[in-house]
Design a protein around this ligand. Structure first.
Ligand code: FES
Length: 102
């Protein structure tokens, strides 16, 4: 689901592929890209569920303003994945409510 060639920007530069886990599954992405971009490329649309209604949320603003993309990253809840760079071995989990607890 990645853009392989953009009509204006051209082809993206070659980047190092790394592995991370999403809800226990091993996935891959490009080092330094936003976590949300790697998840989107893998078809993951839901990043969290709201506390009150348990409604699914995912990328909305993509610039770090809305908090819809927050997830539990390396055990820390409320990480804005649209602006957090992906690193080798990261543990990314769907967030339920406002904490790391289900
Ligand atoms: S999508 Fe809005 S803060 Fe990440």
């Amino acid at each position: 689901m990645r853009i392989e060639e953009h009509p204006i920007l051209g082809k993206p530069e070659v980047r190092r592929t790394i592995e991370f886990t999403f809800d226990g599954k091993i996935m891959s992405g490009f080092e330094g890209e936003p976590i949300a971009a790697a998840l989107r490329a893998a078809g993951v649309m839901v990043h969290r569920y709201t506390k009150k209604n348990h409604s699914p949320r995912g990328i909305f603003c993509a610039i770090g303003r809305c908090t819809d993309c927050v997830m539990v990253v390396d055990g820390k809840p409320n990480i804005r994945t649209c602006i957090t760079p992906l690193k080798e071995g990261m543990t990314v989990q769907t967030q339920y409510g406002v904490s790391a607890q289900k």
